[in-house]
Write a protein that binds this ligand. Structure first.
Ligand SMILES: Cc1cc(C(=O)N2CCN(C)CC2)sc1-c1cc(O)c2nc[nH]c(=O)c2c1
Ligand SMILES: [Mg+2]
Length: 214
């Protein structure tokens, strides 16, 4: 019977990466997706921009919207200080099952809380469920039509503080025009576009980094 793409990604990690070595997990996925089968990980080029933002922010609390196979989850968590916590939301149960195993292979399960379900349902529950006050960093990488409503929801739920950073993937390809229009014109945010390329391709894409001003 046919395997899924996430299952083939996990197999590549288990074959080529070293247990407990997050960077080898990231490298194994990038090798597989560049040379064997494209997949929608943030990838190495945009991943380097992600790394620099994570390192600069040095967040104690991170929210990732969209786990997929856990590539960016592992990439972010590998750069966090010891006490820091990352919550990642994934809608698709199949993706979540694979991501849990990728995260375990990387040895990062104790830093990461993977929550299965719709971001719109879970965002209002995060404070009570996880004892979170606010997020220092949010990585938006789930579904282009949810970036704007979920950002408004995070504002309404008091999950952002003065200085919280939003980093959004795919603002060009597939593109999130309503989110960009809102975030670039709102007096409550200061935004900056990091031009890059769609993972493993020559097509333009980029990350939008926005600081919440309170
Ligand atoms: C599924 C998909 C197809 C794309 C594309 O243009 N393609 C042409 C070029 N070929 C090679 C690949 C396919 S881009 C993209 C995509 C990329 C992300 O990083 C995403 N991140 C989060 N959530 C998404 O839904 C998401 C979709
Ligand atoms: Mg993406």
């Amino acid at each position: 019977t046919q395997t899924t793409r996430p299952q083939r990604i996990l197999a590549a990690v288990q074959k080529n990466a070293t247990r407990g070595d997050p960077r080898s997990v990231v490298k194994a996925i990038d090798q597989f997706c560049r040379h064997k089968e494209w997949a929608m990980n943030v990838g190495d080029e945009k991943g380097c921009i992600l790394d620099s933002v994570v390192t600069e922010v040095n967040p104690a609390t991170v929210l990732e919207l969209g786990t997929y196979c856990g590539y960016s989850t592992v990439r972010i968590a590998s750069l966090l200080p010891s006490h820091a916590k990352l919550i990642t939301l994934e809608f698709d149960p199949g993706n979540a099952a694979i991501a849990r195993q990728v995260i375990a292979w990387a040895g990062l399960a104790d830093k990461i809380q993977l929550v299965e379900g719709a971001s719109g349902d879970w965002i209002p529950k995060l404070k009570e469920k996880f004892g979170i006050e606010t997020f220092d960093l949010v990585f938006l990488d789930h579904w282009k039509d949810r970036y704007l409503p979920d950002t408004k929801l995070m504002e309404e739920c008091g999950l952002l503080r003065k200085g919280s950073i939003l980093l959004a993937d795919n603002v060009i390809c597939p593109g999130t025009p309503d989110y960009l229009e809102y975030i670039r014109n709102s007096p409550r945010y200061k935004s900056q576009y990091f031009k890059s390329h769609l993972e493993y391709t020559k097509a333009e894409d980029g990350l939008e980094k926005s600081v919440f001003l309170g």
